[in-house]
Design a protein around this ligand. Structure first.
Ligand SMILES: Nc1ncnc2c1ncn2[C@@H]1O[C@H](COP(=O)(O)OP(=O)(O)OP(=O)(O)O)[C@@H](O)[C@H]1O
Ligand SMILES: [Mg+2]
Length: 463
């Protein structure tokens, strides 16, 4: 469906030299008491692919604005009843993202200047040519995207981490306090919530920032390999060890070692880690000589370590040793308006990187995105925006431009008559899709174990 849409747009573009499809998503409201003017503008703009609505006075325009999603207002100034200036004022005060083009029958510069002062982008004096109208409309739209929806204000804080929600402010507060110490920190949070970002912020904001930051993924590495990676080995320690090699602990000496996915380490490895943390010394594989190191350790986990402690698969003493300072990253769905903030942030980033024209979301699309569950958290949101910026043909991104799972969630959220089983199946499918069908990651996001997830998939006859 989506592919077809993109293709036909591309074909359109080739067939005609006019940039017809460029603003086809734009909804324009034309307000003028002269039916001829309204009709003329409507016909012209529709020929260029705009969607045009009309009103003959300010009152009905205000009503339409409430029920439609308008991106551009074209209004006359002199009309019976309330005049256009009042409409310009109303729109610029109440609708931040709407571009305003004023048309006036009298070359009364005062009215035009007044309207610019209170928020209109441009004015046109009647009678203008079609080409003058098209150009003014395009200029207003471009100005609106780059100023009224300007992402200039959206700046990450000192740590490069976006967020204004209470949960994130708490995180920033703890980062600030933890920066000045070298105490171990345990960062917890679902996949994609920014754990590594926080670990880097802690390191680069500290007094040891000039020393190395060494990340190690403890997940998925067999024990013996992890041991030689972390502690290094001496020549002849095992077959193939033809030369000695230092490990990550030594590489990070004086700096920070980031142990990612710490829950995936074996009990034996946990004992060794505890030893380094307590004694500040370790043994290279194959050596009996203790090596001293001075390393700050930051660990991260996307499962609840205290639960693993209860189950006996994580050492309690190591847990307490790591958890001296703990930072819990809230899932994205609990961060309120941070979702919108992050969206703007990534939108600006990718538009800049990919050298694209400014783009923005319709309020309708924003609503869907805000209500989505984001099982893959910030990473999922980042990937979505990246994809949209690459694919988008229009400067306005609306719900049909979103991937199918989002469109479903928009209609789904309304239906209260659905069976719990259906909701569960749909949600599981969303989580799987967000985790690229990775069972382990999906099980973690869902807070169930892999076997339970497999059983559910079998029950729902999903491969
Ligand atoms: N608050 C934020 N502001 C800006 N970018 C963010 C934020 N949180 C996460 N990101 C970005 O999202 C992506 C995922 O973040 P990160 O790798 O730190 O997550 P994680 O919790 O370590 O994930 P995983 O558990 O899958 O390893 C990164 O590209 C990161 O830069
Ligand atoms: Mg990570």
């Amino acid at each position: 469906m989506k592919h077809k849409q993109i293709k036909s747009k591309a074909l359109n573009r080739k067939a005609s030299s006019k940039p017809k499809a460029k603003f086809s998503n734009i909804h324009v409201l034309v307000v003028d008491d002269s039916p001829e003017t309204v009709e003329l503008i409507k016909r012209n703009l529709e020929s260029r692919g705009y969607r045009v609505y009309t009103a003959s006075n300010v009152q009905s325009a205000i009503k339409l604005l409430e029920s439609l999603e308008i991106q551009l207002l074209i209004t006359d100034l002199k009309m019976p009843g309330e005049n256009g200036i009042e409409l310009v004022q109303h729109v610029s005060e109440n609708y931040k993202g709407i571009g305003i083009l004023v048309i006036t029958g009298f070359p009364s510069i005062e009215g035009a200047i007044e309207s610019i002062k209170i928020g209109a982008e441009e004015y046109l004096v009647k009678s203008f040519t079609d080409e003058e109208l098209f150009q003014a409309v395009e200029r207003v739209l471009m100005k609106t995207y780059s100023t009224k929806n300007s992402p200039e204000k959206i700046q990450p804080n000192d740590f490069g981490i976006m967020g204004q929600s209470d949960g994130m402010l708490k995180v920033f507060n703890t980062i600030n306090k933890a920066k000045s110490t070298t105490a171990t920190v345990l960062i917890s949070g679902e996949s994609g919530t920014g754990k590594e970002l926080v670990a880097r912020a802690l390191h680069y904001g500290s007094h040891i920032s000039a020393a190395p930051f060494v990340p190690v993924n403890c997940g998925g590495i067999p024990d013996t390999l992890l041991e030689s990676e972390l502690f290094g080995f001496v020549k002849g320690a095992f077959t193939g060890a033809t030369e000695a090699r230092i490990g990550f602990f030594q590489a990070a000496d004086g700096g920070t070692l980031f142990l990612d996915e710490i829950s995936n380490t074996s009990l034996a490895m946990q004992a060794k880690l505890l030893r380094v943390l307590q004694e500040k010394e370790f043994y290279m594989v194959g050596s009996k000589k203790a090596n001293k190191v001075n390393v700050r350790v930051i660990a991260a986990t996307n499962v609840d370590l205290s639960q693993l402690v209860k189950k006996g698969s994580f050492r309690e003493d190591l847990f307490y040793r790591l958890n001296i300072i703990s930072i819990a990253l809230p899932p994205l769905r609990e961060r309120g308006d941070d979702i919108l903030l992050l969206m703007d942030f990534f939108l600006t980033k990718y538009i800049r990187e990919l050298n694209k024209a400014p783009m923005r979301f319709t309020p309708r699309a924003l609503k869907v995105l805000k209500e989505y569950g984001w099982p893959g958290n910030v990473r999922e949101l980042q990937n979505l925006i990246h994809r949209l910026v690459i694919l988008a043909d229009d400067p306005i991104i609306d719900t049909p431009d979103l991937p199918e799972s989002f469109r479903y969630s928009a209609t789904r959220s309304k239906g209260l008559g659905r069976r719990l089983e259906d909701v569960e199946r749909e949600y599981i499918m969303d989580v799987l899709a967000a985790n690229k069908n990775n069972i382990s990651q999906s099980a973690i996001s869902l807070g169930i174990d892999r076997k339970t997830l497999r059983d559910k998939l079998k029950k729902y006859k999903v491969d």
